[in-house]
Design a protein. Structure first.
Ligand code: GUN
Ligand code: FE
Length: 530
């Protein structure tokens, strides 16, 4: 059985799918519906005659292959801080917990001890591609990149640029030092030995931490590196928290947060912007225009009380969206948690929108009723003052103040819908699956290599089991009474696969991930042997 994401609205559930993978780890052929009786013949046709010369992974009832998760935003150097500090909002959290934790990575020995566990844990969570922030330190971040490379995970690894608004023991002393170490890390990563496949798995990424922590001069120098290297990816934070947004606008004398990054040429198609909780629609238009992507980090956004990013509205504006754990703003390194919180955040936004529409509708109805009463009793006093407010800004403003007959139905049409119809809508299973895989691939500009199973793409996959023996009881079993046809193209009668997926996404964990495979090679999971 294979689950294969296709789009925000559709995925394939294929009970009898055969994927042929080359020795280099790329997908050669996909047969979507193979009967057991045809298997040997198809293998023979493709030259797989010597059974000892290839690996055969077979998934049983309750097991399936799916593309690996893509974590578009996480801080490797904050893992030691996981699950503490949630009483603060962003700027206090950085000062009180995060900067002191990251400062410890000045000691390369500490990085040597801490980072192996970090990488192992993230891999075993099913993340086959990860966008890592290291600390500001060159040595520690080299150690991280080397570990990721040796493990065989696909990744982007960057070291933070930060030369202001940081504590004295955790700040870069000069623009020169920041730029020199950045260039040295890029060179180091580019020179890591190639694996069996000629394409590198680990990529460097420019990481100006966020506008607040960079002087204008530093951003100019980072921007210069970016312009000279159009293929080099960029990651930073945007509009996570209201105090952060205000401070950014005032530091840079800018009308919006997105404008600051645009000013320094940091908005482009390989830019990953984390959070985007408080983006205005104008900023969404700007980000879409430059083709930059947003990493949606709902676990972090709840934990640090940042708010809920309007993912549906971003999608309707044509902004690419992927998911990020944002460890340790997020308290879980697993994209499964991010998926769950993305679902909940979208439901909260949908509930809020429905309530707001209801309130508007009720107000309009009340006004309508009062107007009619006023018509029959002309001596009644005028409307309460908040009504004057909604008159001037409302739907019917163009009729002028004195107009009496409101059609309240006009105000009951509820939430505004964008062209894709995602604004204020709940995220479906298809959408959640997409964001965790293909959506992330687009955000990383790796959609031609990863994110779904397709011929010529790399085989980056999870072998998932929701059987009892995984040690995560309660996941197994399915309810045949349900109609499971929504948003999925499922072959044959095996609709139970849809429930296997749904249950894995909402109550699965590391125990359900038997194998984590990158470029055809097992690098983690329950069956992985060191
Ligand atoms: N903004 C600047 N730095 C950080 C960070 O480390 N985590 C989060 N969540 N936001 C940031
Ligand atoms: Fe972050």
């Amino acid at each position: 059985p294979v689950i294969n994401p296709q789009s925000l609205t559709d995925y394939l559930a294929l009970p009898k799918c055969l994927i042929l993978v080359s020795a280099k780890g790329d997908i050669d052929r996909i047969y979507e519906d193979v009967q057991s009786s045809q298997l040997q013949e198809i293998l023979a046709q493709n030259g797989y005659t010597d059974h000892s010369a290839f690996n055969f992974i077979e998934s049983r009832e309750g097991e399936f292959l799916m593309p690996g998760f893509i974590d578009t935003h996480t801080h490797a150097c904050q893992v030691p801080n996981l699950g503490v500090g949630g009483e603060f909002e962003l700027l206090q959290w950085l000062d009180n917990y995060t900067f002191p934790t990251e400062a410890r990575f000045k000691d390369a020995g500490y990085a040597e001890r801490a980072y192996p566990d970090v990488v192992r844990r993230i891999v075993n969570s099913g993340t086959t591609t990860c966008c890592y922030y290291g600390s500001l330190h060159l040595e520690a971040t080299k150690i991280l990149a080397k570990l990721v490379h040796d493990r065989g995970q696909r990744a982007f690894v960057g070291k933070c640029n930060m030369n202001r608004n940081c504590p004295p023991n955790y700040i870069e002393p000069s623009v020169k030092e920041s730029i020199d170490t950045t260039l040295a890390l890029i060179k180091y990563i580019e020179e890591l030995p190639k694996t069996s496949n000629s394409q590198p798995l680990v990529h460097p990424i420019l990481t100006p931490r966020f506008a607040i922590s960079c002087t204008e001069e530093l951003l100019e120098r980072v921007s210069k590196i970016a312009l000279e290297n159009p293929k080099l990816a960029i990651q930073t934070h945007i509009s996570e928290n209201p105090s952060e947004v205000e401070l950014t606008k005032s530091l840079f004398n800018a009308d919006s947060y997105a404008q600051v990054y645009e000013r320094y040429h940091l908005l482009r198609n390989n830019t990953i912007l984390a959070h985007g909780v408080h983006l205005t629609e104008d900023e969404m238009v700007l980000i879409a225009k430059h083709g930059a992507g947003v990493s949606h980090c709902p676990t972090s956004n709840f934990y640090l009380s940042s708010g809920m990013a309007r993912v549906g509205m971003l999608l309707d504006h044509g902004v690419k969206v992927g998911l990020g754990t944002d460890v340790a703003g997020g308290y879980s390194p697993s994209i499964l948690s991010t998926i769950q919180h993305a679902s909940i955040a979208s439901k909260m936004l949908a509930i809020q929108a429905a309530q707001a529409a209801d309130k508007k509708c009720n107000r309009s109805r009340d006004r309508h009723r009062r107007d009619e009463e006023a018509d029959s009793e002309p001596s009644e006093p005028s409307e309460p003052s908040d009504e004057v407010e909604s008159h001037s800004h409302g739907h019917h403003g163009h009729h002028g103040h004195g107009h009496k007959h409101h059609h309240h139905e006009d105000n009951c049409d509820g939430d505004k819908k964008g062209p894709g119809g995602f604004t204020n809508e709940r995220l479906s299973i298809a959408a959640l699956l997409y964001l965790a895989t293909l959506g992330g691939a687009h955000v990383c500009c790796l959609q031609d290599r990863i994110g779904s199973f397709a011929e010529k793409k790399a085989f980056d996959a999870l072998l998932v089991s929701v059987r009892d023996e995984t040690g995560n009881p309660g996941v197994w079993g399915y309810n045949t009474a349900r109609d499971l046809t929504d948003g999925v193209t499922a072959q044959s009668a095996d609709r139970s696969m849809v429930e296997w997926l749904e249950r894995f996404l909402f109550c699965g964990d590391d125990r359900n991930i038997r194998r984590v495979i990158v470029q055809g090679k097992m690098i983690g999971g329950q069956e992985y042997q060191h």
